[in-house]
Design a protein around this ligand. Structure first.
Ligand SMILES: Nc1nc2c(ncn2[C@@H]2O[C@H](COP(=O)(O)OP(=O)(O)OP(=O)(O)O)[C@@H](O)[C@H]2O)c(=O)[nH]1
Ligand SMILES: [Mg+2]
Length: 202
């Protein structure tokens, strides 16, 4: 599938402001600064479609981007940024949890994990929350260009090992770099294969 058009659609503070759930959508979640917005730009070949920053906490709302006029990519605020005030953290957490657990048109959530780090408790806890709420997800290890093959294998194997203490099977896993476009085809093919499974809610 080629991405012919990618446009900003709307920013929402809560699920009730999101577009009508009549098109399939794919959301990106993960720790602040893990590369959610950069991955959306890489997948769509748009440098500045989603706003990125080297400072964590850049994305603050639920941002819908419409792709090929027929499905959405959704950029979300990150979790786990220690410097945010308690009230903002709670507000974002509620917004994200509400969206992820109630959005009927959500096909898959891509959970982004920084490939440079050993398994982080906050990511494993978030994935556990998805499991408890029966929300389907895939994993994308990010920033591959910043790590060598040996470290990558070590970190991803440790992460898989941790997952297998919670799950019987591993989810679909992607390896990506927003810089050198690693993982682009695989993620787009995966989205394409599930688009036809969308059943519009009447
Ligand atoms: N080298 C490299 N840098 C990356 C990659 N992905 C993201 N970055 C950088 O990491 C920083 C954070 O990227 P964002 O895409 O803004 O991260 P985010 O997860 O959307 O962050 P928040 O919106 O703050 O939660 C930016 O400086 C990006 O340029 C990657 O694959 N490789
Ligand atoms: Mg962002």
């Amino acid at each position: 599938m080629s991405i012919k058009t990618a446009k900003f659609f709307i920013s929402s503070q809560k699920i009730s402001q999101c577009p009508k759930p009549i098109l399939p959508e794919y959301a990106f979640i993960g720790r602040s600064n893990v590369g959610k917005s950069s991955l959306i730009n890489m997948l769509t070949d748009h440098k500045d479609l989603a706003k990125t920053s080297s400072t964590p906490g850049k994305t603050k709302l639920i941002n819908h981007f419409i792709i090929n006029e027929s499905w959405y990519l959704v950029d979300l605020p990150g979790y786990g940024y220690a410097k945010l005030s308690k009230s903002i953290k709670e507000k974002w957490q509620k917004m994200i949890e509400d969206y992820l657990s109630h959005r009927e048109s959500l096909m898959t959530i891509f959970v982004l994990i920084d490939s440079r780090l050993e398994p982080q408790k906050i990511d494993l806890q978030f994935i556990e929350w998805l499991g408890v709420n029966q929300i389907p997800f895939s994993i994308v290890f990010t920033k591959l260009d910043k790590i060598n093959a040996k470290q990558l294998a070590e970190n991803t194997n440790k992460f898989k090992h941790e997952l297998l203490t919670q799950w019987e099977e591993l989810p679909t896993i992607f390896l990506s770099s927003a810089k050198n476009e690693a993982g682009k085809k695989e993620i787009i093919d995966y989205i394409e294969s599930s688009l036809s499974l969308f059943v519009p809610i009447k």
